[in-house]
Design a protein around this ligand. Structure first.
Ligand code: HEM
Length: 277
């Protein structure tokens, strides 16, 4: 129960954060840790959104500490490092979160902030899945590869977002009217790589789905769910461009990215669990 709630809180926290920045409310509380110098700030929609973001963050952090403590007690040997690392990353995230606000959101910091958030999210999910030691994680699983690619693609997506490159290619399927733009540099390059990596992930998910016919039904189902989610994700990506960054499309894009990450991690962890029975 504690584990599931913690994962859900982090999911909500990340998507909420996206909505806050999509509404341009990221600096609605200009100070930190207080908001407008108060624990309960003046009531205004943008301030409320950012203030709630901080409150959800606080509740999620408390749950994370409880879960980490429980796992620290039940894990044996090196695996004890996972709850310790998670708590250390949370501390780094809180300090960085404050710096991001105080230094008015520079793109490198916001991207690192997002990357750490995704790592914490994945570690929380690990602790939710494994209540005790279940052998070593083998990296030769296709589900691990998908999770890793989605992680990289998501951090790149955050960079696209925070560097303001979301409309550097304002058209689709072409970019500035070309299949491969002649001037591939700056924000066009970043945006173009994000799209291209999206197609590569799709091709990989399709390949794994085709190969899953050689394996059991369970793997086929998971591969199909991942392929379906990646397809929807690409369509939503196109929707972001066509809607000129409408904030709900970007929030949905992030929610699907997190879901693909969860499904691939879940499938990977299940493989690990089965191979250790
Ligand atoms: C597997 C495929 C993909 C994944 C996992 C993915 C993931 C992400 C993530 C996590 C973000 C950042 C969200 C945030 O910072 O909160 C993002 C941003 C973005 N993605 Fe993707 N993406 C994928 C494919 C695509 C494709 C194919 C397109 C375009 C056709 C696209 C267009 C965009 C755009 C324009 C942004 C920036 C939005 C903004 O400026 O607010 N994405 N992506």
């Amino acid at each position: 129960m504690l584990a599931k709630v913690t994962v859900s809180l982090f999911f909500i926290l990340l998507v909420w954060g996206n909505v806050v920045s999509g509404l341009g409310a990221g600096l609605a509380c200009p100070d930190w840790p207080l908001c407008h110098g108060k624990l309960i700030p003046p009531l205004r929609s943008d301030i409320f959104m950012e203030w709630m973001h901080r409150n959800i963050g606080l509740i999620a952090s408390i749950f994370l500490l409880l879960l980490s403590y429980r796992r620290f007690k039940s894990y044996r040997g090196k695996v004890k490092l996972i709850p310790i690392l998670t708590v250390l990353l949370l501390l780094a995230q809180v300090v960085l979160g404050g710096r991001v606000v105080l230094s008015e959101l520079p793109v490198d910091l916001t991207t690192i902030h997002f990357a750490i958030a995704l790592i914490i999210f994945s570690l929380v999910f690990y602790m939710a899945f494994f209540s005790e030691n279940k052998g070593t994680l083998r990296m030769d699983s296709p589900f691990f590869l998908i999770a890793l690619m989605v992680f990289i693609q998501s951090v790149l997506g955050a960079y696209v977002r925070h560097s303001g490159a979301g409309l550097a290619c304002p058209d689709w399927p072409t970019c500035l009217g070309y299949w491969i733009p002649p001037e591939l540099s700056g924000s066009v390059l970043i945006h173009f790589i994000h799209r291209t990596l999206g197609y590569i992930i799709f091709a990989l998910a399709l390949l794994f789905f085709a190969l899953s016919f050689l394996k059991d039904k369970n793997i086929r189902l998971k591969s199909f769910i991942i392929l379906a989610l990646v397809t929807i994700q690409i369509l939503v990506g196109v929707g972001i461009v066509h809607s000129k960054l409408f904030f709900l499309t970007t929030a949905f894009h992030l929610a699907i990215a997190l879901t693909i990450l969860l499904v691939s991690l879940y499938s990977w962890f299940q493989e690990v669990e089965r191979s250790n029975v």
